[in-house]
Design a protein around this ligand. Structure first.
Ligand SMILES: CC(C)(COP(=O)(O)OP(=O)(O)OC[C@H]1O[C@@H](n2cnc3c(N)ncnc32)[C@H](O)[C@@H]1OP(=O)(O)O)[C@@H](O)C(=O)NCCC(=O)NCCS
Length: 422
């Protein structure tokens, strides 16, 4: 549908000569908040399905019937998310949306405007963000809202800055935009009353351990014989394979034997049946949203951990990497980093992803040190993202672009003399 067709559809004349107005109750008349000069915001109704290409942030086309059903049956069951439509005041046409993901203590906003509206759309989005933030944070007494926009959205960036939001992270080239790529910029809008009580989260320094230097990428292993059973990627000490049902008991057992509470928000207690069912659920997604591998030792096939990519986004070519060595005695010995380089080879060479992101809670300095060692760059922070130690706590943000990983030095092959001497 072209822009003109969509505008016509917004005010088509029905047989009795009247203008085909939006469903009763969906106009802005009488609305007391979230109403600006050019746009207003409201919740989604089934009649909005007609305009789904304008407010649904997807590049894949789906019918009006699909979205009508989605609104009535799926959207209403969604927990901890709400989508607010950005509606043009002059004709009540939806032109975009802001999806709010409520994660205590923060709310994470995903703004979207139909690219068909070009610069006007960006102006409407900027106004919508200016309306949304004070309502969601100041009026509703939330401590913080976090908004991700891309570097081409200059009007939205200017509006965020004017509203008092500040940029806390920047992910290079993370998102595709029409005809190219742009950086993703993360802004936070803090509630000044919470800042008064708790202080500015940016004042909390990021503690560091390790050398901070990237190390050479391990050599690609040339196999002498068959690979380990079911292996997908093979390194010198570890290999990656799919998780199997039988692994669930081991994962549950090692969660009960965990000795370190600092690397997550306390220790997790896993059940074998829960882990098996979760893994089975992940396998059913096609294409997968979360790709996970078991990390096993080559010397005895023992399962020692997991690595994966969560939120795999094949459109933008990105995802969040994760790693966990289940057994404490294997941490700090380079096994996790070796497994990660196998994951990078898989992500960048097999899946052809463009970048990986990673988020680490401040006290987990070992994980952050391992990421720096693996070649990741620190790109900012996400403040007040979870609760810990009687306060709202922060995350460090990292990124690794395929190009960064390819540019890292490669380990050199030991020469014949060194090999025979050792
Ligand atoms: C994070 C993890 C996968 C890293 O793998 P790893 O094999 O342990 O990492 P490496 O041994 O290659 O590197 C560890 C780095 O941390 C440093 N380090 C080691 N032990 C440490 C400790 N107890 N505290 C702080 N830093 C430590 C090391 O010096 C090294 O950095 P350097 O080589 O620059 O000096 C692994 O430690 C782990 O599973 N931890 C628990 C789960 C976890 O934290 N997952 C990540 C959640 S974001």
């Amino acid at each position: 549908m072209t822009i003109t067709e969509r505008e016509q559809q917004a005010s088509t004349t029905v047989p009795d000569g009247s203008v085909d107005k939006p469903a009763p109750g969906t106009g802005h008349e009488g609305q007391t908040f979230l109403v600006g000069d050019e746009v207003y915001l409201r919740a989604i109704e089934p009649s909005d399905a007609t305009y789904a290409p304008s407010w649904k942030n997807t590049v894949f086309p789906k019918s009006t019937e699909y979205y009508e059903k989605w609104i009535k049956e799926d959207m209403v069951k969604e927990e901890r998310t709400a989508t607010y439509l950005i509606i043009r005041k002059r004709d009540d046409v939806p032109v975009g949306s802001i999806k709010a993901n409520y994660w205590d203590p923060s709310v994470f906003l995903e703004p979207y405007v139909d690219p068909i509206y070009a610069d006007s759309g960006q102006r409407w989005l900027a106004e919508a963000l200016t309306l949304m933030l004070p309502w969601l944070v100041d009026e509703q007494h939330r401590p913080i809202a976090v908004v991700a926009v891309n570097s081409s959205q200059t009007a939205a960036i200017a509006a965020l800055e004017t509203a008092g939001a500040r940029q806390t992270a920047r992910f290079r080239d993370k998102v595709r935009i029409h005809g190219g790529r742009a950086d993703e910029l993360v802004f936070e809008y803090l509630n000044s009353l919470w800042v008064k009580t708790l202080g500015d989260p940016n004042d909390q320094p990021i503690e560091r351990s390790g050398t901070g230097d990237p190390r050479p990428v391990p050599l690609k292993v040339e196999l002498d014989g068959d690979p380990p059973k079911n292996a997908v990627m093979v390194g010198s000490r570890v290999y990656l394979r799919p998780f199997e049902k039988k692994d669930a008991d081991e994962v549950a057992l090692w969660s009960r034997r965990e000795t370190e509470p600092f690397w997550s928000n306390g220790r997790a207690m896993r059940s074998a049946v829960g882990f098996a069912s979760w893994t089975e659920g992940l396998e059913k997604d096609d294409p997968p949203e979360w790709i996970r591998f078991a990390v096993c030792l080559r010397e005895n096939d023992e399962l020692i951990g997991a690595v994966g990519i969560d939120g795999v986004d094949f459109v933008n070519g990105c995802g969040e990497s994760e790693s966990e060595i289940h057994r404490p005695e294997y941490r700090g010995g380079g096994y996790g980093s070796e497994a990660k380089h196998l994951l990078f080879d898989y992500a960048f060479n097999r899946l052809k992803l463009h970048s990986l992101q990673s988020f680490v809670i401040f006290p987990n300095t070992r994980s952050a040190a391992a990421l720096r060692k693996q070649g990741y760059t620190e790109v900012g922070r996400l403040n007040w993202d979870y609760t810990s130690d009687g306060r709202f706590a922060n995350l460090v943000c990292f990124e690794l672009l395929a190009a960064d990983w390819r540019a890292l030095p490669r380990a050199s092959r030991p020469n014949a003399n060194e090999t025979s001497a050792s």
